[in-house]
Design a protein around this ligand. Structure first.
Ligand code: ASP
Ligand code: MG
Length: 409
């Protein structure tokens, strides 16, 4: 007898019929002899609607109360799911984060999971029940309700799969898997059968928004396979799993573009120890998330430092950079807004040469100018003008033949 963790996102439980459909899937897994945990998101756009409602009431709603409000969304969907299973003649119970002992720290709206006490779930299994857990919520030590951040029902599912030692966690969503790139921009995008945790983590942070990054980290850490698949069909989706040797045969697995970025360039910083540390300490203190950091020294011996931020952090970052400019007596702060970033990702880059050349060649041929380049072991990113973003993505998708089934996989 196995154990299944199945997570259903908002679109997969958006109305009564879809809730029944998800219920039937869980019942099927249960009658096949498995213990089944369902992790469920709020119905459709419920969370967005609750947030707008809060904004109508207050400009800065207390975060504790936001968590009280947002967790109601999942409470609606789990209870309806339990009713659907009951109506189909099977046994189920819905449980909140608090009821399954999902303990978090006390940071409202972006709490982190500290512990899960799976005893309650195991007791329910013994009673023969399908267990339906509210996604994205927990409680802190003093019993206050917390949430784990937008989209974090995935994380609840993977954390449960890890403590219950499930081999696979199924993520049911409105697309049938992970694609080589965004099919809305490149219609030749192809569904990927198998991808490593590390590649998926890179793609998620580069704007391929199917899954919550922390969920992938849990999968990697506890070695739980993740199966991302459609709740509307029975076809196999994409398996996110640990890296195996033949994955390196595929040099590039996916390409992504992010358009909501701005680039800051600090010109003429002193080239002395501690400057970068100090600069990014300012940034961190203001909770600004930066990426693509590049520092170079120019011919006059000064340091120039650039990095990108998401638009949501732009206003805050401008203020911080002004502070920094004064403090270090830098010549100038340049802000290029907006910029885009195209990237290719693949574990095969570790062992293959010529990847950078192929990417830059494709961009050159498409007449796309590159403003900055950053790399990691399994990723190459180029900062470009947003008006070039789609054509750049299409050019590199074609250059790496991502539309074709890989030969050796
Ligand atoms: N309902 C929450 C959200 O919309 C959590 C989730 O769906 O993963 O962010
Ligand atoms: Mg989601």
């Amino acid at each position: 007898m196995g154990l299944m963790v199945m997570k259903f996102g908002g679109t997969s439980v958006a109305d009564a019929e879809r809730i029944r459909r998800a219920a039937r899937r869980a019942i099927k897994a249960k009658t096949a002899g498995n213990d089944v945990v369902m992790v469920v998101s709020a119905m459709g756009k419920t969370t967005d609607k609750l947030i707008s409602l809060a904004e109508e009431i207050s400009e800065s709603p207390p975060q504790r109360e936001m968590d009280m409000l947002l967790t109601t969304g999942e409470q609606v969907s789990i209870s309806l799911m339990a009713m659907a299973i009951d109506a189909a003649g099977h046994q189920a119970i819905s449980l909140t984060g608090g009821q399954i002992g999902l303990l978090t720290d006390a940071v409202h709206m972006k709490a982190r999971i500290q512990k899960i006490d799976a005893d309650r779930i195991r007791q329910e299994f013994k009673q023969g029940r399908i267990v339906i857990v509210a996604g994205f919520q927990g409680v802190d030590e003093s019993g206050e309700i917390t949430t784990l951040g937008r989209g974090a029902s995935d994380t609840t599912a993977l954390a449960l799969a890890a403590v219950l030692k499930a081999k696979v966690c199924e993520i049911y969503t409105d697309v049938d898997g992970i694609y080589t790139t965004d099919p809305r921009i490149e219609e030749k995008a192809r569904k990927i059968d198998k991808i490593s945790y590390d590649e998926m983590l890179e793609l998620a942070s580069l704007g391929a928004g199917v899954m919550h990054s922390r969920a992938i980290e849990f999968g990697k850490k506890y070695n739980v396979e993740i199966h991302v698949r459609s709740s509307f069909t029975d076809t196999k989706g994409t398996i996110i799993t640990k890296e195996v040797e033949q994955m390196e045969d595929i040099v590039v697995s996916g390409a992504a573009v992010k358009k909501d970025l701005a680039q800051f360039i600090l010109v003429g910083l002193p080239n002395t120890p501690g400057i970068a540390a100090n600069l990014f300490a300012h940034v961190a203190r203001h909770d600004v998330v930066v990426d693509d950091i590049i520092q170079t020294v120019d011919e006059s011996g000064n340091a120039n430092t650039s990095f990108t931020v998401e638009h949501s952090d732009l206003a805050e970052c401008k203020l911080v950079m002004e502070e920094v400019r004064k403090e270090f007596n830098a010549k100038e702060v340049v802000c290029i807004d907006p910029v885009a970033k195209v990237s290719v990702v693949g574990v095969g880059m570790r062992s293959h040469t010529g990847v950078a050349q192929k990417m830059f060649g494709a961009l050159a041929q498409a007449q796309v100018n590159i403003n900055a380049i950053t790399t990691s072991e399994i990723k190459i990113s180029c900062i470009i003008d947003p008006s070039d973003a789609n054509k750049a993505l299409q050019a590199i998708h074609a250059a790496f033949e991502l539309d074709k089934e890989p030969k050796d996989a």
